[in-house]
Design a protein around this ligand. Structure first.
Ligand code: 5GP
Length: 152
């Protein structure tokens, strides 16, 4: 019996938007980068400070990713989540990750969402609308400052 649980429903497409950000072909409001991961602002935030963390190694989703890449990814998620919480004085954080269209995924390079939350404030709709780039630049600067101040 073959185990197809790791197989993505389609091959990894290097033309996806996050691969293009990694190659520097399109801009992003970056907050953190190391040899294995990159974090940047979501252009259609579901809440103020919505940040994405991606591995540099190509993977379509969680199931086809290399475990070493996942280890680096989750370490960066924790690091950036702490800074996001500080930068936005958040009461909590919602952290989520979608796989395949049926799971809600729209960009097919593995990514983790970090959204700072305030008591009583609902999340906005997924991919609801483009944010003001000046605001995104300001939010990215706030998160970078929080990373610097915590030694993150
Ligand atoms: P998914 O549904 O795949 O988990 O989420 C993809 C996310 O990527 C969405 O929240 C969407 O707003 C965001 N996104 C889509 N295109 C771009 C882009 O060109 N730049 C950035 N920074 N985020 C994007």
């Amino acid at each position: 019996m073959t185990d197809d649980s790791r197989a993505p429903s389609a091959p990894y497409d290097p033309g996806n938007i996050f691969a293009r950000i990694l190659r520097g072909e399109i801009p992003a409001h970056k907050v953190y980068e190391d040899e294995a991961t990159l974090a940047f602002m979501d252009v259609m935030p579901q809440g103020e400070g919505h940040t994405l963390v991606i591995p540099k190694a190509p993977a379509r989703g969680l199931l086809d990713a290399d475990p070493a890449s996942l280890a680096a990814l989750i370490a960066t998620v924790q690091r950036v989540a702490r800074a996001v919480k500080t930068a936005f004085a958040a009461d909590g954080l919602t952290i989520f990750q979608y796989n395949e269209p049926a799971g809600g995924q729209t960009v097919f390079h593995l990514h983790v969402h970090i959204v700072p939350r305030r008591e009583g404030v609902m999340l906005k709709r997924h991919e609801g609308g483009m944010a003001d780039p000046v605001m995104l630049a300001d939010h990215a600067a706030r998160i970078r400052a929080a990373l610097d101040s915590t030694g993150g």
